[in-house]
Design a protein around this ligand. Sequence first.
Ligand SMILES: *[C@@H]1O[C@H](CO)[C@@H](O)[C@H](O)[C@H]1NC(C)=O
Ligand SMILES: *[C@@H]1O[C@H](CO)[C@@H](O)[C@H](O)[C@H]1NC(C)=O
Ligand SMILES: *[C@@H]1O[C@H](CO)[C@@H](O)[C@H](O)[C@H]1NC(C)=O
Ligand SMILES: *[C@@H]1O[C@H](CO)[C@@H](O)[C@H](O)[C@H]1NC(C)=O
Length: 377
Amino acid sequence: MKAIYLLFILWTGLVGVACLRPEIVGDFLVEVKALRQTAYLNCTVINIDSTTQVVWEQRSSALVISQDKKILTQNLKIDGKRKYEVEIRRQGARTTFMLMINRLQEEDSGNYQCYIQMQATAAVEWPKKMQKVVVLVPPSMDNTVTAGTMEAHEGDNITMICDGSGIPMPNITWTKEDGSKLPTGHSLFRGRRLVLAPVTRDMAGTYVCTADNNVAPPAYTKSELAVFSPPITREVMDSVGQAQNRQFSAILECVISGYPAPSLSWSRLTNNGVEEVRDNEKYTISKQQSKVLKTSEFWYTLRVKNVQANDFTVYYCVAKNRIGTSMSNITLFETVECQGAACPSMTKGVGVKSSPSLFVICALVLLQTTMFTIYLT
Ligand SMILES: *[C@@H]1O[C@H](CO)[C@@H](O)[C@H](O)[C@H]1NC(C)=O
Ligand SMILES: *[C@@H]1O[C@H](CO)[C@@H](O)[C@H](O)[C@H]1NC(C)=O
Ligand SMILES: *[C@@H]1O[C@H](CO)[C@@H](O)[C@H](O)[C@H]1NC(C)=O
Ligand SMILES: *[C@@H]1O[C@H](CO)[C@@H](O)[C@H](O)[C@H]1NC(C)=O
């Protein structure tokens, strides 16, 4: 009986001591916030009294930020708001000292520590807890990155380098702006170094490097690769028909590529040999804009106006740059009817096409009238 009594005293004594000792309770989660947001760090304590203070400090700099509700460090106003504030909330035996870091900046990342300052106790024995703050920073491109225009010869080896920073470290990917495949065989390449070895002419185009860490917005940089190459010509249609002597035009089209951009000339086969065709009252030479073309492809047209009997021959489109020359031929031949989009008969065709819908409307109106009549009777 005595032993039990003694145990009871011992037990209450232990509980009493434990209850009196101030403690920090609860879990500390990593506070992850974006730039300019507010971080909320909670230090929940029990058993504090008037002889204890709760202190928040920045760990790396050992900067004491607050003691209870008092801010002890320089507390500048940023956009009308103080950098630090402490809010105290009591809930039963628990008291939470919430440190708010407003208008977060990159340098606010790091560890913060909360501890309970106890007057009669050595500092090493003060309860403490660490809390981590991560300030997310959107990606930015390094200036060591390959950017702008690069020129290469076929067979050269080229490495494009791209690097970015941000928190967390961004993923770096390469794509081509037109969505076409990279030399790796895929349309997307993950990594900082994109190797083109050896360079071929179809590698020409705009390469886009993206740095993304899921903190908007991603950063981009573009590099244009131009590959020196001789011209290549291709006719859109190798023969074009038109009726003669009726003020109709024929349009001959030729797509060329090459770097540097080739110059283009048109010529035609006559009884006296090949003669150059110039832009005049008979011919119009023009360069078309087209989205379907690849980079460094150009679309040229030759309009032969008021087609006559002596216009039926072979035409050549000749592309030249300092690396080489290329040529395609297009035959203009005679037809009985007008050919092409600009023919007068085409407009009549559209008129005929619209009549079925008119017919449907008439039928519907007729049907409705009939039903209305049935309903009445
Ligand atoms: C601190 O408490 C506030 C209010 O309860 C809460 O919104 C915030 O997420 C807490 N912070 C952390 C890091 O848990
Ligand atoms: C390009 O790289 C390949 C290996 O990828 C190598 O065999 C070749 O010699 C290199 N060419 C030049 C011009 O450096
Ligand atoms: C990088 O990409 C991987 C794979 O898609 C993804 O799991 C990871 O979250 C990305 N990292 C960042 C910082 O966005
Ligand atoms: C036109 O081109 C075709 C195919 O390239 C060729 O067979 C033909 O001989 C050329 N005609 C003339 C007149 O150059």
